[in-house]
Design a protein around this ligand. Structure first.
Ligand code: HEC
Length: 153
């Protein structure tokens, strides 16, 4: 009984930390039209290496999406995305075996985008890559999911 409530407590604590950490992203989404405020709320000094990398990855994925829509070859971000394994997160406990597994799964999907031979299969691979962003976020950081899903072609 005590064990169960401890587990529940730990679960709730973890959940609320995730919520706190990732709800900042929702605020910036709402303020997206208020141009001046945006940079201040998006780039406060205490942001972790991983959070900064992720923000960059979001923008890079937008660039890949744009290139594919225009039937151009996307810029190669593979080396940059690999840094997610070494970048320091806001909460160290996020970087566990599950993160590593989901991270590798994601990087495989990124590879597939660059290895696809036709425009059609590249778009397909790209959508699977975006799904892999979402899968990891469902576990570690649900805040930006809605925004990430919009990257799908
Ligand atoms: C293996 C897990 C994983 C994958 C894959 C992943 N993310 Fe993340 N993402 C995280 C974690 C963990 C954080 C929180 C980082 C922190 O606060 O230190 C995060 C944070 C973010 C943020 C919020 C950054 C901020 O604080 O402002 C965005 C946006 C984001 N990710 C977009 C993406 C996109 C786009 C992809 C795919 C191209 C992606 N993520 C793939 C785990 C992942």
């Amino acid at each position: 009984m005590i064990k169960n409530s401890l587990l529940l407590f730990a679960f709730l604590l973890f959940g609320s930390l995730c919520f706190w950490q990732c709800s900042a992203e929702k605020k910036t989404e709402m303020a997206e039209n208020e141009v001046v405020e945006k940079d201040l709320t998006r780039y406060p000094n205490e942001d972790s290496e991983l959070a900064l990398l992720m923000r960059g990855m979001y923008e890079d994925t937008e660039k890949i999406q744009k290139a594919l829509k225009e039937k151009r070859l996307p810029e190669d971000f593979r080396e940059k995305f690999k840094k997610m394994h070494s970048a320091k997160p806001t909460k160290p406990e996020v970087k566990d075996a599950a993160f590593e597994g989901m991270g590798n799964h994601f990087l495989d999907k990124v590879n597939a985008v660059y290895e696809a031979k036709t425009q059609e299969s590249q778009v397909e691979a790209f959508n699977l890559m975006v799904n892999a962003c979402v899968s990891c976020h469902q576990v570690v950081c649900p805040g930006p999911i809605k925004k990430i899903k919009k990257l799908t072609i």
